[in-house]
Design a binder for this molecule. Structure first.
Ligand code: OGA
Ligand code: ZN
Length: 382
């Protein structure tokens, strides 16, 4: 931030026009109302919570800058046409202005394919330092997953890892669930059959953001874990088969889970886009999806599109495989990645994973707080 501060430029063009330019020459025109609702003085916001005291809908829609000055390098003093005066650090305005619409400040996703060989791995430490957490979070947020080794293979240890990153999301399966082959299974995950690439629990609204799977025992030769970057496959589909992409991003599919005491359903397009057209969430589970009865030609188009997408998800072009051994734990973004496993023979021995969910907000928040603390201790104004 310190270097950004010195290379950024405030451009005051006459008394009423303000723009700010970063070190790379990107220029952001600043709207008076946009800046007015970011005033940080005691009259505008509660200094303890940082929350706004005035309803910004009440500001004058024709608000103007009446006077702009730069009392010192990187400082801005503003008088607004409603008489309010405020000071800003140019670095703060730039940091805020540079966040693209619909995005949040977190490490950018790095899309990956089946050629990813240097998997984001780390050795778990029960009392991680800030530096450990920062490295782990950067990897997780960039790649959408991280594989830990050295997580003691004991009951409920998965919760310790979960709580280092966020807060658990309890479901009808409990706070944690056991993934092992068992008689009278209520979910195919609790049998030895292979599981094709899927996102977990698309029948919930909202879906669980992050899944953790901790291997307590694996005495079988099968049961390899599979992961696919759904954003990468989605982007490949957008490019290679725009029609299929359009169908999958606009057809709401109903997902359903039922057992004796639970009945959950939710509808979502398999490739859910945000308002800017970027892929936001993949909802995909070929064992649980039920497309509504659409006109025949729409259904034909949907079934074709689903096949193309599913076949891409299964190819080695996009899929990675690895074995979880006792003490390994994989944590992945359930909105971005699809996961699965190869089948296994329970006669060979026990395969037992313990899992839980957290929301994605947790890791993002932890990463931002660590960044903030790091900036404070290294003396930057951010
Ligand atoms: C699950 C699941 C994968 C595995 O429990 O949701 O997909 O490796 N399990 O058993
Ligand atoms: Zn699953």
């Amino acid at each position: 931030m310190a270097s950004e501060q010195s290379s950024l430029k405030l451009k005051i063009n006459g008394p009423t026009q303000l723009s700010i330019e970063d070190g790379a020459g990107r220029r952001f025109g600043i709207h008076p109302l946009w800046l007015r609702e970011r005033c940080q003085d005691a009259q505008s916001m509660d200094l303890l919570t940082g929350q706004r005291l005035q309803d910004p809908s009440d500001f004058d829609l024709d608000l103007r800058f009446s006077a702009l000055s730069e009392p010192g390098p990187g400082q801005l003093h503003v008088r607004f046409s409603d008489g309010h005066e405020a000071d800003f650090a140019a670095g703060d305005i730039l940091a805020e202005a540079a966040i693209p619409a619909g995005e949040h400040d977190a490490p950018p996703c790095q899309l990956w394919t089946g050629t990813l060989t240097d998997l984001p791995r780390a050795e778990w430490r029960p009392n991680p330092t800030d530096a450990d957490m920062t490295v782990w979070l950067e990897r997780f947020l960039r790649y959408g997953f991280i594989i830990f080794s050295g997580v003691p293979p004991v009951n409920h240890e998965v919760l310790k890892v979960a709580l280092a990153f966020g807060f658990t999301r309890e479901t009808n399966f409990g706070t944690i669930f056991d993934v092992r082959s068992m008689p009278n299974a209520t979910d195919l995950a609790y049998t030895p059959v292979k599981l094709d690439a899927h996102t977990d629990n698309p029948y919930r609204s909202p879906v669980p953001g992050v899944q953790l799977l901790h291997c307590l025992a694996n005495e079988t030769t099968g049961g390899l874990s599979t992961l696919v970057d759904g954003y990468a496959v989605g982007e490949a589909l957008r490019e290679r088969d725009p029609e299929a992409f359009h169908v999958l991003s606009t057809t709401p599919v109903r997902f359903r889970y039922r057992d004796r005491v639970t009945e959950l359903t939710a509808s979502a397009p398999p490739i859910e886009l945000d308002v800017s057209g970027r892929i936001k969430t993949i909802h995909f589970s070929p064992r649980l999806d039920f497309v509504p009865l659409l006109p025949p030609e729409e259904l034909t188009a949907y079934y074709r599109a689903r096949r193309v997408f599913d076949h891409l998800l299964r190819t080695s072009e996009f899929e990675i495989r690895f074995l979880l051994n006792s003490g390994d734990l994989v944590m992945f973004d359930n909105c971005r990645l699809l996961h699965g496993r190869t089948g296994f023979d329970p006669q060979e021995g026990l395969r037992h994973l313990q899992g839980c969910y957290i929301d994605i907000d947790g890791p993002r928040s932890r990463w931002r707080v660590l960044r903030r603390n790091h900036a404070a201790t290294s003396g930057s104004a951010s």
